[in-house]
Structures are given as C-alpha cells and as structure tokens.
Design a protein around this ligand. Structure first.
Ligand code: CP
Ligand code: NVA
Length: 311
C-alpha cells in the first residue's frame, strides 16, 4: 500500500502507521542507493528548510543542511540567539511567519510542547529534530541501519542501556511499529515515560512486538541482537550529571555487557558518545559497532522524510 505524507508534520513516531513508517525506511534505502551511485537528484530546487535549534547539534544540523544542499535546496540555520523561541515573539507567530518563507521547518527544542505548537500553527510540515521527550529522526536512521545490517527488523531484540530518555522513548515507538522486541534496562527511578510505554505497547501488540523495562542487566542483554546506549545526562540535564552517572554506571556498554548479548549483535549509539561513561572505547571502536553508518543514515532517513512531506 502506498501512503501519502504530503504536507504532514513528523513530531512523533507514535503518530505514524506501520505503512508510513516502512515507507519512510524504503524511501531512505532508495535515496541512499541513488547517493551511492552518484545519481543527481534535486527535488528541492528553490525550496528552503528552516532549522530551529534551542540546543547544540552536530549530526542533526549538518545532515539536514548538507542534505538540503545536495537535493538542490537550502537550509537556514536559526540558533538559540536568532529567534529566541518564546521570548522575542510567540511560537505561533514564528510558525506562521516561517511558513511564508520556507517549505518546511525542522525544530530541536527543550519542551516537546514547543514542536507541537509549531506544528499546530505552521502551514508547512514541521519535523522534530529532538525534544526532551522524543527523537524520531534518530530512530528512523537507527532502524534503517539495523535492517541494513541484519536484513530484517521483525522479531529482533533491541536492548537499550541507560536512561529512559527521548531516544529510548522514540525507540519504543519505532520498535513497536517494526514488530521488534525491546528491553529498556534502567536503574530504578529512570524508567521511560509511562504513557509513551503504554501507547507503544498497544501498538506493539498489533505487530508482535514485546516491550519491557528491566532492572536486571543480565536478563536484558540475553538474546539481544542490537545493543543501544546514549549519554546518561541529556542536553539540559547538566545539573543531574553526577547523580545520573552514579546510578547508571552498572549499565555501561563494555566488553562484559557485549559478551552477554548474541554473538553477532550490533552496537548502536546515537552520538555524541561519552567514552568511558555509557560506552567504552573498546566497544564503540570494535567490530560490532556500526555507529558511523548509523550517523550517515541520519542524512538518508531525514531526506526521505522531507521528500515525502514537502509539497
Ligand atoms: N544524534 C544526534 O542527534 O546528534 P546531534 O545532537 O549532534 O545532532
Ligand atoms: N539523549 C540525548 C540525545 C542526543 C542526540 C540528548 O537529548 O542530549
């Protein structure tokens, strides 16, 4: 079935149907093939993407900007001091103004409500480039990478080690759509958002996906095909750094943890990585790590989203 996402925003993977989700991944694969063959592809000539950032970024900024240029269009970076979301004018006014100049808006914000507000008032698609709650573009690239490396998604087990954060939330939603099993191994008190987990479980049930939260790292790692970790303190949580590090140290993705997973398990990390904290140098540089293919796939997955949503 072919589905159309033209004109739609991507705020949450929880808003996608399974068909839409797989269509994005299939489009991303096709765009990557075109790119590897150096086929010219310029659907965005004359098109502009506004890039709103309340937080720092390497991958998100560069993959969106470079992607727009490569596809014949242009990305306009709007950093924290440029538009001062919510301080200089209302989010609704920003959304309506940018819609008059640009063909889509990408936003990385603290509050998830800000991206929802932008999407509500913009007349062009809004793409979530990370909020405190979710990081959908990352997970599209992650699951594209898993499928590329392991040949399928359905029935695989992904184990996430660390904080029940934005990346964990979007992974739960993505695994649910893909029919993958996922275990989030977290210290007590750092579990993922209960509503997101409950909704993802509902979706997952329809697709044969089992989503679990565990405080037992050994059990969580057993049978894992994909291991995933992320920074312990996310952007904006700097004050909690020490407390989180103390609680999460037993969940470090190191050689001992890796040995407990399936022998051919692959290792993902959204990056930036704090080596020696959530992951060791040995593991991230080891043969099972696919983190830079994963980073590359941000470009292809996001361009797939833009190709599908921009009118
Ligand atoms: N993974 C990711 O979103 O990276 P940046 O924060 O560098 O954009
Ligand atoms: N959880 C991390 C992801 C960074 C890409 C953060 O929000 O900082």
């Amino acid at each position: 079935m072919t589905v159309s996402l033209k004109g739609k925003s991507l705020v949450s993977l929880g808003d996608l149907s399974r068909e839409e989700f797989f269509q994005i991944l299939d489009t991303a694969d096709e765009l990557k093939r075109k790119h590897k063959r150096s086929e010219p592809f310029t659907p965005f000539v004359g098109k502009n993407l506004a890039l709103i950032f309340q937080k720092p970024s390497l991958r998100t900024r560069v993959s969106f900007e470079a992607g727009m240029t490569r596809y014949g269009g242009h990305g306009i970076y709007l950093g924290p001091t440029d538009i001062q979301l919510g301080a200089r004018e209302t989010t609704a006014d920003i959304a309506r103004t940018l819609s008059r100049y640009c063909d889509a808006i990408m936003a990385r914000t603290f509050g998830h409500d800000i991206v929802l507000e932008l999407a509500k008032h913009a007349t062009v698609p809004v793409v979530n480039g990370l909020t405190d709650l979710e990081h959908p573009c990352q997970i599209l690239a992650d699951l594209m990478t898993v499928r590329e490396k392991l040949g399928r998604l359905e029935g695989l087990k992904l184990t996430f080690l660390g904080d029940g954060n934005n990346v964990a939330h979007s992974l739960l939603q993505g695994c649910a759509l893909a029919g993958m099993h996922m275990t989030v191994a977290v210290p007590r008190g750092f579990e993922p958002n209960a509503d997101i987990l409950a909704r993802a479980r509902e979706v997952g049930k329809r697709h044969g996906s089992r989503l679990e939260v565990s405080h037992d790292i050994g059990k969580a790692l057993k049978g894992a095909d994909v291991l995933y970790t992320d920074v312990w303190a996310s952007m904006g949580q700097e004050a909690e750094k020490e407390r989180k590090a103390k609680a999460m140290r037993p969940l470090q993705l190191n050689a001992q943890a890796l040995a407990k997973a399936n022998r051919d398990a692959i290792v993902l990390h959204c990056l930036p990585a704090h080596r020696g904290e959530e992951i060791t140098d040995e593991v991230i540089e080891g043969p099972q790590s696919v983190v830079f293919d994963e980073a590359e796939n941000r470009l292809h997955a996001q361009m797939a989203v833009l190709v599908m949503v921009i009118r």
